[in-house]
Ligand binder design. Structure first.
Ligand code: SF4
Length: 680
């Protein structure tokens, strides 16, 4: 069996995979993300590539159709909406599952030809707060960390990150490094005790959103104990005094930790030079997510713990190509090549390169706002690509109603039935993992190829091709006459070269003459350059910026705080991972973790059902009684959809509260009541 060298389609670790058409799956020993390792999800990929449930032909009005009919109707509806209601009456909602080439074409089409930036992505739910925090501190969205830094650190602080389940191969790498270097210390900061806490030397059980009190307290401690790097601050950082003054106003006990826990952590952090602080959704998915990011970055900047091996802040991305999407301007407030849509020079440069008729003049609607605009009638034509917002966004039932309210909805997917696809007027069959070619970028900025090892089934087409075909139907053949993803990638690299005057960190010159077919996993920037090693940042004066961060008021006691997240063995709405019996055996049904004292107060015993309620919604879930979840808190997985579980789609209960800076939903901070469910 010939094995094809490709990349895992699940998490942002971006592991290399050797895959065969017979379902053979092996870890790629030569891929620098995993060196042959795979987690449970990656190992089971061979069980997910069958055609059961696949969408194999375009559908119009629920009936099988053909590409010409479906795309002609789409062109007519999108064209009419733009003509009659203006460019901002159309929108695309896309996915971190898309390959970089797909993302590039989607953004070119809507921003440069339709004339609106109403394109956002489910990556808004994943790392938007980190993007915003990086831009505030560094002047651009630069992730300075690498996986090797984790192995070289003397202290790893994992904040709001269940790496063991959500980035398992990275967790394996840390475990191996810790075994080889017994002096390495790992601290896990999380309101919930997780599989990641089990590896850590210390689990710091903060209260939800207690992160800012913890890191503001650390900054104040560093100042009090003379552990700041004054020379670094003077040369490379603005805003220190205001940031410190605000930190000194914070009571670190508001983190929920004891004085002894705080003292031990602060002394460990300040006494260790090589510190990496890893953070993900527990930080990002919060109403103060961007502030949490900057509270962490402040501590690294105030001590110069950035830009050197084994040192620095490191936001790990949830999705396989969240990073690639960022690179090509995959969100409503970005342009390709890390340029800013709000900057007229950047807009002009990109429009000039694209030779496009228009350019979106301002940022578009972010995810939650986009579906509000669907609900109130502003959006007349919507294209959802490779994602399932009718169950994955907060207020999922409201989002489903909002989509149903849009006069014309197209959905591209690999599956014939999804909660969102069921609301579409036109369904477009896309090729899936194993059938399409392109590139993805992982959490450490390493660009890898995904390669096809299976034929495209039925009439399925790659996403970039579907978008180009629609552009052709709308009269924009020129600019979208690509025949291969290699040509799309080459244009993206050329755009990078054409905008180097503006692009402040995204250096793709190493790909200029790359052989796309043979592309090996390659990290940018070139030549092992380490970001910020020279103390230069991307604000106009070359300095980084520390921000004064206000800790949120402690939450009032009362209802439960519902935290949602991933299981070890499932991926998002289980479109693919749900096909694997092996993965399904891990945790087979929706559940809610509840503390034993809370369960006792509700007279709930193991196996009972509990009803979680907001004023308008209820979810009924199996109780999983465990002290891994703190008193007053609940945890429920996000994977089950309306189609899979009659009462378990948890995002129906999530309020559409977002971080005011990043627009990222606060998915870990929902207010619910809980009662024992009486089936009778
Ligand atoms: Fe795939 Fe992530 Fe597992 Fe690697 S760690 S095999 S990328 S799911």
């Amino acid at each position: 069996m010939t094995l094809t060298r490709t990349t895992c389609p699940y998490c942002g670790v971006g592991c290399g995979v050797l895959a065969g058409a017979d379902g053979t799956i092996k870890g790629d020993p030569e891929h620098p993300a995993n060196f042959g390792r795979l987690c449970s999800k990656g190992s089971a990929l061979g069980e997910t590539i069958d055609l059961e449930g696949r969408l194999l032909a375009p559908q119009v009005g629920g009936k099988d159709s053909d590409w010409d009919t479906a795309l002609s109707l789409m062109a007519e509806k999108f064209g009419a909406a733009i003509r009659d209601h203006g460019p901002d009456s159309v929108a695309f909602y896309v996915s971190g599952q898309l390959l970089t080439e797909d993302y590039y074409i989607a953004n070119k089409l809507i921003k440069g030809f339709m004339g609106t930036a109403n394109i956002d992505t489910n990556s808004r739910l994943c790392m938007a707060s980190s993007v915003a925090g990086h831009k505030r501190a560094f002047g651009t969205d630069t992730v300075p960390g690498t996986y090797r830094d984790l192995e070289e650190a003397d202290l790893i602080v994992l904040v709001g990150s269940n790496l063991a389940w959500c980035h398992p191969v990275l967790h394996q790498r840390i475990a191996a490094a810790k075994e080889a270097r017994p002096d390495m210390r790992v601290v896990n900061v999380d309101p919930r005790k997780t599989a990641t806490s089990d590896l850590a030397d210390t689990h710091l059980r903060i209260v939800p959103d207690g992160d800012i009190a913890l890191f503001n307290g650390l900054l104040a401690h560093l100042a009090e104990t003379g552990a700041l790097n004054r020379a670094y601050i003077d040369s490379h950082v603005n805003g220190f005094d205001a940031a410190l003054a605000q930190a000194q106003q914070t009571n670190p006990l508001d983190s929920g930790l004891t004085e002894a826990e705080l003292d031990e952590f602060y002394r460990l952090w300040s006494g260790t030079q090589k510190v990496v602080t890893v953070y993900s959704q527990g930080v990002n998915q919060s109403g103060c997510g961007t502030d949490k990011v900057n509270a962490i970055l402040n501590c690294h900047l105030a001590t110069g713990r950035i830009g050197t091996p084994g040192c620095g802040p490191f936001s790990v991305t949830g999705q396989p190509n969240a990073m690639g999407g960022r690179e090509v301007g995959g969100m409503a407030n970005m342009l390709a090549n890390h340029l800013d849509i709000e900057n007229p020079d950047h807009r002009a440069a990109v429009q000039g390169f694209w030779q496009s008729p228009v350019m979106a003049p301002q940022p578009g609607l972010k995810a939650v706002d986009m579906f509000r605009a669907c609900a109130d009638g502003r959006i007349k034509a919507l294209w959802v690509i490779s994602t399932n917002p009718a169950v994955s966004l907060p207020d999922a039932d409201g989002v489903a109603q909002a989509i149903a309210n849009v006069p014309f909805v197209a959905v591209s997917d690999i599956m014939a039935r999804t909660d969102t696809g069921d609301l579409a007027h036109v369904l477009l069959p896309a090729t899936g993992w194993g059938e399409k070619d392109g590139t993805v970028t992982n959490s450490e900025r390493r660009i890898s190829r995904q390669r096809a090892f299976l034929p495209a089934p039925g009439q399925a087409r790659p996403d970039w091709k579907i978008m180009c075909d629609l552009a052709g139907k709308m009269g924009w053949s020129e600019g979208f006459d690509f025949e291969t993803p290699a040509q799309v990638f080459a244009e993206y690299v050329a755009l990078s070269a054409a905008t180097t005057d503006f692009a402040r960190d995204l250096d793709l010159s190493l790909f200029a003459d790359a052989d796309y077919a043979a592309l090996i996993p390659t990290q940018w920037p070139a030549n092992d350059k380490r970001f910020f090693a020279d103390g230069k940042f991307y604000h106009a004066d070359g300095k980084a910026k520390m921000l004064p961060i206000t800790a949120p008021a402690p939450r009032a006691a009362g209802d439960f705080t519902l935290n949602t997240g991933r299981n070890r063995d499932q991926w998002h709405t289980m479109t693919r991972s749900g096909k694997s019996p092996r993965l399904g055996a891990h945790l087979a049904e929706p559940y809610a973790e509840i503390h034993p004292d809370d369960a006792a107060a509700l007279t709930v015993t193991e196996g009972d059902l509990i009803a979680l309620q907001t004023p308008t919604k209820t979810a009924v879930l199996r109780a999983l009684i465990t002290d891994r979840t703190a008193k007053g808190q609940l945890f429920a997985p996000m994977h089950w959809t309306r189609q899979q579980s009659s009462a378990g789609w948890i995002n129906a209960l999530a309020a559409p509260v977002v971080d005011p800076v990043s627009g990222q939903p606060a998915s870990k901070m929902n207010r619910v009541t809980a009662t024992k469910f009486n089936a009778a």
